[in-house]
Write a protein of this length. Structure first.
Length: 499
């Protein structure tokens, strides 16, 4: 028996077919383009995603052959973006994604009229232009003819499941990214939708992730290379699904996604909606695991900072990396000083995320002397990324959200040097996994449980998630870095003071 997990990002989608023990039987991925005009417009074509999904399913099914029948399908996707669907079930046009500048005026109005504290108490988020409700208000006000054509607004994952044969729905974790959902009552908020004058029936029915929401259409099954009638299972927000797919289902463990940006996702039992959480930009949203919540502690620069270094100072390494069959980033990290850097680097090269939420923040390198080396700069860059996550970990600990272990995924999770450094600095165990496909494994777990392949989510995690390496912090090095951390904390104010 096998399960099909689909993961939809802003630039590519992936289909993975896995056995019940986590063995990958077939996979495929395809990229697609964002639509942008360079002036703040960022959209994505839902039909392009749908066609890419169809092709990746066919490719994955072809690679997997008939070794085991697919028992269920589930989907994860990025949040905030809603697809406008007409009564024929077709996407009306492109969808604004979270980066799109439109909706700022509407978000400001929401904050002023309802108050950030009340919005956070209801939705687990504060008013911001990236959230769906701000975008929908913009559409109502600026494109009323388009708005009038909409039958349903669907999240990307739900749109794909709908096209496969599901009923209109939205899972709790994606609904929480709209700023229109009551995260405690688990229903559309009368307050938020009443303010926006948008009927709740314009959205899908909220359901718990892991709910069977339909069956694969016979008219699609043959073309996809799958049997008709496969259960379609509600998935969720990609970050929450990645948490499940790395085994983050209990307090004390978090997933650390280290890609272009970095995001730590811890889990907790009860909603935490303090004023401090709101001010720091930390969401409080339902996990894809029933009766659990997660938050997102993130930076705007992680792998992108290494890319900046490569483009400015390391382009000569690319040819060498090709000859050696290695990643250029592996060579860059290999040049880092083996000892702590005398430099301190504030990694706000693309603004500051949690807990500052300051898009105008700037980076800073302190302590430069004529004796500073290339290795010192690379080491400071890596240390700066970890110091920034120490800021987040300290903030969350004060809110009662703590973790003693991080499950590492993403590009930087391939570097043993960096992971040991992270363990030493943060003082927690860092664990890698045998596969980094947390998103598709997460929805595979949801699909398998819904189809009765696993007796519980816990059993699904035990069978699907395979730990690989564990990096344990060195007590002496951690104590040294805690002292250095006190100096790092002064950098943000220093950078702000000089603009």
């Amino acid at each position: 028996m096998a399960l099909l997990g689909l993961d939809i990002g802003t630039s590519r989608c992936k289909a993975t077919i896995v056995e019940l023990d986590g063995t990958i039987l077939g996979e495929a991925a395809e990229e697609y383009a964002l639509i942008t005009d360079g002036r703040g417009r960022y959209e994505i074509d839902p039909d392009a995603i749908w066609q890419a999904i169809r092709r990746t399913i066919r490719q994955a099914a072809s690679a997997f052959g008939a070794e085991a029948p697919v028992e269920a399908i589930s989907v994860s996707s990025f949040g905030e973006t809603l697809v406008a669907v007409d009564e024929r079930g077709e996407a009306i046009g492109p969808s604004m994604i979270y980066m799109d500048a439109r909706g700022q005026e509407q978000a400001n109005r929401l904050a002023n009229d309802l108050g950030q504290s009340r919005i956070f108490e209801i939705t687990g988020t504060t008013a911001h232009a990236m959230y769906s409700l701000s975008k929908l208000l913009w559409v109502k006000e600026h494109r009323p003819d388009f708005y009038a054509k909409v039958w349903k607004w669907m999240a990307i994952a739900d749109f794909v499941l709908y096209r496969l044969g599901a009923e209109p729905h939205i899972d709790y974790s994606l609904a929480a990214r709209t700023m229109a959902f009551d995260v405690v009552e688990k229903k559309w908020s009368d307050v938020m939708l009443g303010y926006a004058d948008i009927p709740a029936d314009r959205f899908g029915t909220p359901v718990q992730s892991g709910t069977v929401v339909g069956r694969l259409k016979p008219s699609l099954a043959v073309s996809l290379g799958l049997p008709a009638g496969i259960p379609l299972v509600a998935g969720g927000h990609d970050q929450a699904c990645a948490a499940l797919g790395t085994g983050v289902i209990r307090p004390g463990v978090a997933v650390d996604g280290m890609g272009t940006t970095e995001c730590i996702t811890p889990v907790f039992e009860e909603p935490i909606r303090t004023p401090e959480m709101a001010e720091g930009g930390y969401a409080c949203v339902p996990h894809v695991v029933p009766d659990k919540y997660v938050t997102y502690a993130f930076t705007f620069a992680s792998g992108s900072l290494l890319r900046w270094y490569r483009e400015q100072f390391g382009s000569h390494l690319e040819e060498r990396a090709k000859r050696l069959g290695k990643s250029v980033y592996e060579l860059i990290i290999g040049q880092a000083s083996p000892d702590p850097s005398p430099l301190l680097l504030l990694p706000h090269f693309a603004g500051a995320a949690t807990p500052y939420m300051n898009p105008d923040a700037r980076g800073l390198i302190a302590g430069l002397t004529l004796s500073a080396t290339q290795g010192d700069l690379i080491r400071a860059l890596l240390e700066g990324l970890n110091f920034e996550m120490m800021v987040n970990a300290s903030f969350l600990a004060r809110q009662g959200i703590e973790f003693r272990e991080l499950r590492a995924v993403g590009g930087l999770a391939k570097s043993d040097f960096y992971l040991q450094l992270k363990a030493d600095m943060m003082g927690v165990d860092i664990v890698t996994l045998q596969t980094s496909e947390g998103g598709t494994l997460g929805v595979a777990a949801l699909a398998g449980h819904a189809a009765g392949c696993y007796a519980s989510i816990e059993e699904a995690v035990d069978r699907l998630v395979r730990p690989n390496k564990r990096f344990v912090p060195d007590a002496d090095r951690h104590a040294w870095y805690r002292g250095r951390f006190e100096q790092y904390l002064k950098l943000y104010d220093a950078a702000q003071s000089i603009g």
